[in-house]
Design a protein around this ligand. Structure first.
Ligand code: AMP
Length: 378
């Protein structure tokens, strides 16, 4: 594996991005503003990021000739999703500079590695246990009890591969339903809210951390992000400190998004991490001095990080499936910022775009103001 020498890549260099989705698209646009060029490795030439980059390599992610071409073009390789085949990521790290490092990817790909890493660091999670054989189901039922949440260890996102568990039989059904692959069972957390933090770290160890935001989901998909989160100052401080300690422990170069539950008694439990830009950071495009995509470009190119200072309060709403077909209505509200991802095909559950509204800067939202704003907002 090539070790990271802390190299600075000047504007004009080529950033290779594994993945062609909306995150890759927004990284590419930020890179262009700073004078970089991007090569996107993705599955189709019509992918959102492929539409806006300099070079597209459209091939399956493990394709050796395509990986060779990609490594030859890119001065640094980064990724916009974590479920990249591990062999491809490892091969790339042996042939070019990969930021963040492959360990960040491996840990975020596997809930067992992720939770072990978190707990070893002293970071609290929901109580959990690994499922790798039938006896482990009994152990899970005895130790975690009910209600619980069953999750596949790998390849789960937006609630996929998950099941709510209330009876011992449901545990069997859940494991059978995913063909008995490695999984975890975790205690159901009766949280007051879900929050996330995005932290950026440069190769020289410089760190910048965005404000903690609150996330509301619909059908297991992020619906609304509220910036800042409506939580106590002390809780926000703890959430940021957890994210920073994780970035340091991972020797991260790039961005780390950390999703957390906040309980009624103010406890912060980490749910999962992603070493890349995050949907819950899209509000930063319109409300921060340096948005998450520019910050990622700065980090992976070894540039000084920008300030993540928030210039206003913000609400971000995802446009899922045919919600994006209302683009004309949305634009008729002149205060709303619309972002569309250029996806040709609308499918239920597919993230097609998002919209952001800005509100006067404050540490706290006035009581009921968020609910009132969301009710009257498009
Ligand atoms: P995940 O794929 O782990 O991000 O889970 C998707 C969503 O399911 C989370 O954002 C929560 O809303 C919910 N969820 C996941 N794990 C738990 C848990 N242990 N307790 C309560 N809700 C959970």
């Amino acid at each position: 594996m090539t070790t990271d020498s802390g190299a600075v890549l000047p504007p004009g260099s080529v950033i290779g991005i594994m993945g062609g989705g909306q995150l890759g698209r927004m990284i590419t646009l930020a890179a262009a503003r700073l004078g970089y060029r991007c090569a996107v490795f993705c599955e189709s030439e019509t992918d959102p990021a492929a539409q806006v980059c300099n070079t597209v390599i459209a091939a399956p992610y493990g394709d050796p000739p395509a990986l060779r071409r990609f490594a030859a073009i890119a001065d640094v390789v980064t990724f916009e999703f974590e479920n990249l085949p591990r062999d491809a990521a490892t091969w790339l790290s042996e042939h070019t500079l990969v930021r963040p490092n492959v360990r960040c990817l491996e840990i975020s790909q596997d809930r067992v590695l992720e939770k072990t890493f978190l707990n070893d660091l002293g970071v609290a999670t929901a109580p959990w246990t690994e499922i790798n054989d039938a006896a482990a189901l009994d152990r899970a039922w005895d130790t975690i009890g009910s209600p619980a949440v069953f999750k596949t260890a790998q390849l789960g996102y937006d609630g996929k591969g998950q099941a709510m568990i209330r009876t011992r039989e449901q545990l069997d059904e859940a494991w059978d339903g995913v063909d008995r692959v490695k999984a975890v069972v975790e205690g159901f957390i009766d949280f007051t809210c879900e929050v996330s933090v995005i932290v950026a770290r440069a190769p020289n160890g410089q760190i910048q951390c965005y404000d903690v935001v609150e996330n509301q989901h619909a059908n297991h998909i992020l619906d609304v992000t509220i910036a800042p989160a409506r939580i106590a100052r002390k809780t926000a401080k703890e959430a940021r400190e957890i994210a920073v300690s994780m970035a340091e422990a991972l020797d991260l170069t790039g961005l780390l998004a950390v999703e957390m539950f906040v309980t009624g008694d103010g406890k912060v439990l980490v749910n999962e991490i992603a070493p890349r830009p995050h949907n819950s950071g899209h509000w930063t495009l319109d409300a921060c001095v340096t948005d998450q995509f520019e910050q990622m470009v700065r980090a992976v190119c070894g540039l000084p990080l920008g300030t993540p200072a928030r210039l206003s309060n913000a609400l971000m709403r995802n446009l899922i499936g045919d919600q994006a077909s209302r683009w004309h209505d949305i634009l008729r509200t002149p205060e709303t910022k619309l972002h569309l991802y250029g996806k040709a095909e609308t499918r239920p559950g597919r993230k097609m775009g998002h919209m952001t509204r800005l509100y006067p800067l404050a540490d706290h939202w006035a009581p009921d103001s968020v609910d009132a704003a969301l009710k009257h907002w498009n």
